[in-house]
Write a protein that binds this ligand. Structure first.
Ligand SMILES: Cc1cc2nc3c(=O)[nH]c(=O)nc-3n(C[C@H](O)[C@H](O)[C@H](O)COP(=O)(O)OP(=O)(O)OC[C@H]3O[C@@H](n4cnc5c(N)ncnc54)[C@H](O)[C@@H]3O)c2cc1C
Length: 329
């Protein structure tokens, strides 16, 4: 482990330890940049720690358990010397040549480059049974889990475009897809709403919300409440897809760099470069569209290569030293 001395300036600090952060760690470690990964004090490994089988990450023909995949990624990054710390970044100063990252312990790291790989949190319903049955019938990702629900009756909660997209995608597998929506009208665009309404496998349950997810080890029923009359009912399904949005984890730095209208970190074209020099982003935190483990990993790779090029350019032009002199003055 690299010991932090007060004057030590690291090449790169990576905040976040999902597929994006660990892939960036593998690449930057193999490029001799001695990355420090702030993996999070209780959430190391990212979203896939909360799931069971992952069947769409290439290289695992029989599938792999989410936590196993993430522990393998961590081990791979460590093998090349990444300094992985199970700590949170609690504050950052990014708009200066040498970035400052304050940790939960109070220690402060200094780094020439930072990769933001903090991911995006899927919104939860917050009802009993939802968490306990996550990965056992409750899902936030049709692309990831639709395949497990062939010829089954399932439900999607939500009324926006992504809920319609999820529902339409799920009709490829399920025998029936209920769309449960709190209101009588969809928020989705007309074209998506029309497509969903025209699909004979989709049935809408209007003015309704899920109040509890039932099942012993696997979802078998939802408890519903009518939002107008208050009447309670149940719906027998084996799967529940929660599609009520997601929140990119940008609180730490949202006031310091440019965001998109989706709330994700803005990056320059296909690169990982944010609006601040030396600050790069990777994974779901910049991605309003794909949000898959493999796209996050690919994006971590891109960020690592961008950091390598950027540090190389800075070193050869002495630009960073000039900026540091300005910062010190
Ligand atoms: C239940 C579930 C099942 C899924 N199944 C699949 C699947 O089968 N296949 C698939 O391809 N995708 C799946 N996904 C999507 C996939 O998990 C995400 O696309 C992917 O994990 C995004 O990777 P990431 O590295 O960008 O972020 P994340 O995996 O979200 O990791 C970000 C990490 O950064 C940490 N972090 C945030 N802020 C800080 C901070 N200040 N300090 C330190 N650490 C911080 C977070 O706590 C987290 O650990 C699933 C998602 C969920 C929720």
């Amino acid at each position: 482990m690299t010991e932090q001395t007060p004057d030590q300036v690291h090449d790169v600090v990576i905040i976040g330890s999902g597929p994006a952060g660990y892939t960036a760690a593998v690449y930057t470690a193999r490029a001799n940049l001695s990355p420090i990964v702030l993996a999070g004090s209780v959430t190391a490994g990212g979203e896939l720690m909360n799931t069971t089988e992952v069947e769409n990450f290439p290289g695992f023909p029989e599938g792999v358990m989410g936590p196993d995949l993430m522990m393998n990624m961590e081990a791979q990054a460590r093998r090349f010397g990444a300094d992985i710390r199970h700590e949170d970044a609690t504050a950052v100063k990014l708009d200066q040549p040498i970035k400052e990252i304050t940790l939960g312990s109070g220690a402060v790291l200094h780094s020439r480059a930072v990769i933001l790989a903090t991911g995006s949190a899927y919104r939860e319903l917050g009802v009993p049974g939802e968490k306990a049955l996550s990965g056992h019938g409750v899902s936030w990702c049709a692309t990831c889990d639709g395949f497990f629900f062939r010829e089954q009756e399932i439900a999607v909660v939500g009324g926006g475009d992504s809920a319609m997209e999820e529902a339409l995608f799920l009709t490829k597998f399920a025998s029936k897809v209920y769309v449960i929506h709190r209101r009588e009208e969809l928020r989705a665009s007309q074209i998506m709403a029309d497509r969903a309404k025209a699909n004979e496998k989709i049935e809408f349950i209007w003015n309704s919300e899920v109040t509890e997810v039932h099942g012993e080890g696997k979802v078998n029923q939802l408890a519903l409440r009518n939002t107008v009359t208050g009447a309670a009912s149940t719906l027998d399904v084996t799967g529940l897809f929660v599609a009520i949005g997601h929140d990119p984890r940008v609180d730490l730095f949202k006031d310091q760099l440019q965001l998109t209208e989706d709330g994700t970190v803005w990056v320059d074209g296909r690169s990982s470069k944010t609006s601040l020099p030396g600050v790069f982003a990777a994974g779901d935190v910049l991605d309003p569209t794909y949000r898959q483990a493999i796209t996050a990993a690919g994006s971590g790779c891109a960020a690592a290569i961008d950091v390598e090029h950027w540090l190389g350019a800075m070193a050869s032009s002495d630009a960073l030293e000039d900026q540091m002199a300005v910062q010190a003055a």
